[in-house]
Design a protein. Structure first.
Ligand code: PSV
Ligand code: MN
Ligand code: MN
Length: 388
C-alpha cells in the first residue's frame, strides 16, 4: 500500500517548530544529568535543530527562549539559522526565573515588578522584529500557593492591563500566543490556568491574540481534542506545544505516552481547518530530553507527529459522515479505529525517500557521525534552565 496522493501532498506541507531548550541539558528539580556534546550557545542549538530538519524535512524553524538564547545581534542569529537551512520561530518570554518574580510577574501587586515584566515582553518583540519571528509566546508562572495570599480578581485585571500594553507594541503581522497551565509552579491558583481564561484574555486583546494549547497542561482525563475543536471553531487556536505526559507536565516525547490521544487531537485539527502553514495554527514541540539523547529525541518526536497526522488524514470522511448521520455508532467508531490501526511506517519511509530524505532518519542520524563530532568538539554544554 502507498499513501494516497492527496494524503502525501498534505503531509508535504507539515511544519513543526523545535524548541531550542530541547537540545540543552535539562532535568528535574532533583537532578540535571549532563550529556556530552550539548550546545554551549544559541548557535549550536540551532545547528543541532538543523540536523533534525535535514533528516526529516519536518522542522524548518527553531523557537527561542529569552533570555536563555540571548545574543548581541539577533539579525545575525537569523542569518546564521538561514545558512543552516532553518528559520527562527516563536519567541518565548521568561518571567519565572528572577527573584523579582517570586510572587508573580504581569499579575504581581507591585507596579514596579509588573513594569519589569512588561518591559521584558517588549524586548521580546524587539527580538521578533530582528529575527522575523511572528509569534510571542507567553507562559506565566504567576499564581499563589495559599488562599488569601493575593486578590485573584485584581491579578486578572493587572494581567489584562499588562497584556494590552504588550499587544499594542506588536507589528501587524505579529501575534501574542497565550499559554495556559492548570498548576505548577503555583499550587493553589494559577492566573492563566485553563483555555477559558486564556481565551477571554485573548478576546479582550483582539484578533492577533490567540491561545496556545500545551498538551501536558491539563488535569488527567481532560478531553483535549474537545478543547481543540472549540478553539478552532472560534478561530482562537494559535499554537500547540506538543509533548506527552503520564502524570503532570512531564514534557516527554510526543506520542510516547498516548499515541491514540495524539491521533484524536490531530483528527480535530484536520477537521477544524487547523492543519498547514496557512491555518494560523503553529505546531511546536515543548519537550525536554532528560535521560535520552536530544537530537534523536527530537527526530523521534517529529516523526511521531507525522505518523499521527498521516493516520488522521487517512480517515474516510465521507463514510464517517454517513455513519454519523445514520446514527451508526459502531460503524462510526470503527472508521476512526481503522485509520488509527493502519501501520503507515513503511509508506512514510517511501514518502521520505521519494523526497530525497532518508527512509529512516533515526538510523541516518546514528550513521552520520554528527553526534561523535559534537561530543569531541563541545565541552561544557549549557543547562536549559530547568531543574537545579
Ligand atoms: C512550563 O510549564 C513550560 O513547559 C511551558 O509549557 C512553556 O511553554 C515552557 O515551559 C517554556 O517556557
Ligand atoms: Mn509549553
Ligand atoms: Mn509546560
Amino acid at each position: 500500500m502507498s499513501l494516497a496522493p492527496a494524503v502525501a501532498e498534505r503531509l508535504a506541507v507539515q511544519e513543526i517548530e523545535l524548541p531550542s531548550w530541547a537540545f540543552a541539558n535539562s532535568g528535574t528539580r532533583f537532578r540535571v544529568f549532563g550529556q556530552p556534546g550539548v550546545p554551549r550557545t544559541p548557535q549550536e542549538k540551532i545547528a543541532d535543530a538543523a540536523q533534525v530538519h535535514a533528516l526529516t524535512g519536518l522542522a524548518p524553524r527553531v523557537a527561542l527562549h529569552i533570555p536563555w538564547d540571548l545574543v548581541d545581534d539577533f539579525g545575525a542569529l537569523a542569518t546564521f539559522a538561514a545558512d543552516h537551512g532553518v528559520g527562527i520561530g516563536t519567541i518565548n518570554s521568561n518571567t519565572f526565573q528572577d527573584d523579582a518574580y517570586k510572587l508573580g510577574s504581569l499579575c504581581h501587586s507591585d507596579p514596579g515588578v509588573r513594569r519589569k515584566a512588561i518591559d521584558h515582553h517588549l524586548a521580546c518583540v524587539d527580538v521578533m522584529d530582528a529575527t522575523g519571528s511572528t509569534d510571542l509566546k507567553i507562559w506565566l508562572a504567576d499564581g499563589t500557593n495559599y488562599p488569601g495570599q493575593d486578590d485573584m480578581r485584581a491579578r486578572q485585571d493587572r494581567l489584562a492591563e499588562g497584556l494590552a500594553e504588550i499587544y499594542a507594541r506588536l507589528g501587524e503581522h505579529q501575534r501574542i500566543v497565550l499559554e495556559y497551565k492548570f498548576f505548577e509552579p503555583a499550587f493553589y491558583h494559577t492566573d492563566v490556568p485553563d483555555w477559558g481564561t486564556s481565551l477571554v484574555q485573548c478576546l479582550a486583546l483582539g484578533d492577533r491574540a490567540v491561545v496556545c494549547l500545551d498538551t501536558g497542561h491539563h488535569a488527567p482525563g481532560t478531553n483535549i481534542e474537545f478543547i481543540v475543536m472549540q478553539l478552532l471553531r472560534l478561530r482562537k487556536l494559535g499554537a500547540f506545544d506538543f509533548n506527552s505526559r503520564f502524570y503532570a507536565d512531564d514534557d516527554l516525547i510526543v506520542g510516547a505516552a498516548d499515541p491514540f490521544q495524539l491521533f484524536r487531537i490531530l483528527l480535530e485539527v484536520v477537521r477544524g481547518g487547523g492543519y498547514g502553514p496557512d491555518s494560523g495554527v503553529t505546531f511546536m514541540l515543548d519537550q525536554c530530553h532528560n535521560i535520552e539523547q536530544k537530537i534523536p529525541g527530537q527526530i523521534r518526536s517529529v516523526l511521531n507527529v507525522q505518523e499521527a497526522t498521516a493516520k488522521a488524514l487517512l480517515v474516510d470522511r465521507a463514510a464517517l459522515d454517513r455513519a454519523q448521520r445514520d446514527g451508526d455508532v459502531l460503524a462510526a467508531n470503527g472508521i476512526l479505529m481503522d485509520a488509527f490501526a493502519t501501520d503507515v511506517r513503511a509508506d512514510l519511509a517511501d514518502w521520505r525517500e521519494s523526497r530525497g530524505l532518508p527512509a529512516d532518519p533515526m538510523a541516518a542520524y546514528a550513521a552520520s557521525g554528527y553526534q561523535a563530532r559534537i561530543e569531541a568538539e563541545r565541552v561544557g554544554g549549557e543547562q536549559a534552565g530547568w531543574g537545579a
